[in-house]
Design a binder for this molecule. Structure first.
Ligand SMILES: [Zn+2]
Length: 369
């Protein structure tokens, strides 16, 4: 008996999530159309929708224009369910954004955390959380990192009134924050955020060029080592000890390093690069053309395996005017005919896509937590 009960509970949770996700994705929708889109009976939809309204996840937000038949009440996400704080943690910084249930980004906080031990990083997270909590109702936290499993399972010592115990980061965060926490690859958050902003549901790749390059997607990708994809038999020695890795040609840091050497300009910044890039005769332009070529090769290799319909490039490279056309041209040159329809775009939303994606990933799984 006990086991059967668990199955039924899970089944109900899944349907609840299914209905909530349809409401989240459409913005506003009638009960009748929810039933159509989820293939659930209208009786189930009515029951679950009532429950979601009572629990303040959704609310009625107007009526549909009547088209012959009866006009219908429309349902949307209820902002009263509270905000999510999305964190993005990389080698040098923590970025945090406050995101409403309707996925609007409010305040943003940035802290330097270079060389800090994990205990101190957790303290920074708690400090930022408390700061946001003063003025907002915070109901969840999303944390984007490079390697979620190793981050979650690192052990930290926390002192309680009784003793100092070693627990996992995952446990420590839940204990210290007191709200549900989701920890994922940050670059998958970014892909989901871009998908949301562009109203495209899935089949998206997102390649982040800042730091060691990383690949994310919708649906989420587990690919960890795209930085070391081979695209040449020349170039700088990579952090992995080999040559020809994609990272040594296209990561933001490497682009700057390569240009510093090439131009003998130790103080080069992205601002100066984008200025010089406007002048198509400059050396900068030559170096960037090479970047576009290797980026094109990398995108073709990734897309041959994953067949996305949209490929988005993120990072400081977005500061370069018209880079998107150049990269796309190289994708056409290197890619086989099936990739002719692949769209390549540059992300211009900065860190906001990480925050939006983090909050959305939580909401899409809120009843499974
Ligand atoms: Zn490498």
């Amino acid at each position: 008996m006990g086991k059967k009960r668990v199955h039924l509970d899970n089944y109900k949770k899944e349907n609840k999530q299914k209905i909530f996700n349809v409401i989240l994705e459409t913005g506003k929708i009638s009960r009748k159309n929810i039933a159509k889109q989820t293939a659930l009976s209208s009786a189930s939809v009515t029951l679950i929708v009532d429950e979601l309204i009572n629990e303040k996840y959704i609310k009625e937000i107007g009526t549909s224009p009547s088209t012959g038949g009866r006009s219908q009440k429309l349902l949307g996400v209820n902002r009263a369910m509270g905000c999510n704080i999305s964190f993005l943690i990389n080698e040098s910084h923590i970025y945090a954004g406050n995101v409403t249930a309707s996925l609007d980004v409010g305040n943003i906080v940035i802290r330097k955390v270079k060389h800090l031990p994990i205990e101190d990083i957790l303290n920074v997270i708690v400090e930022i959380f408390s700061q946001f909590k003063k003025n907002n109702n915070i109901s969840s936290v999303s944390i984007g990192v490079r390697l979620p499993e190793s981050f979650k399972n690192s052990r930290v010592s926390i002192s309680t009134s009784l003793s100092a115990d070693f627990i996992t980061v995952d446990e420590a965060l839940r204990f210290m924050l007191g709200v549900p926490v989701i920890i994922e690859r940050g670059v998958n958050f970014a892909a989901l955020g871009e998908a949301h902003n562009r109203n495209q549901k899935e089949n998206i790749c997102f390649l982040d060029l800042d730091g060691e390059i990383q690949l994310g997607g919708v649906p989420s990708l587990p690919v960890e080592h795209v930085a070391h994809m081979k695209v040449a038999d020349e170039g700088e020695i990579c952090s992995c000890g080999k040559i020809g890795c994609l990272n040594t040609f296209v990561s933001s840091e490497q682009i700057i390093e390569n240009l510093k050497t090439e131009l003998n300009e130790p103080d080069l910044t992205w601002y100066l690069i984008s200025e010089a890039y406007q002048d198509s005769s400059s050396n900068v332009s030559d170096v960037i053309n090479k970047v576009s070529r290797y980026l094109g090769k990398g995108i073709v290799n990734i897309s041959t395996l994953l067949s996305p319909s949209l490929f988005i490039i993120g990072g400081d490279i977005s500061k370069l005017d018209k880079i998107e056309e150049k990269v796309e041209q190289n994708v056409r040159n290197f890619g086989y005919y099936e990739l002719d329809d692949l769209e390549v775009q540059i992300s211009n939303a900065g860190k906001n896509v990480f925050f939006i994606g983090g909050a959305k990933m939580f909401l899409l799984n809120v009843f499974k937590m």
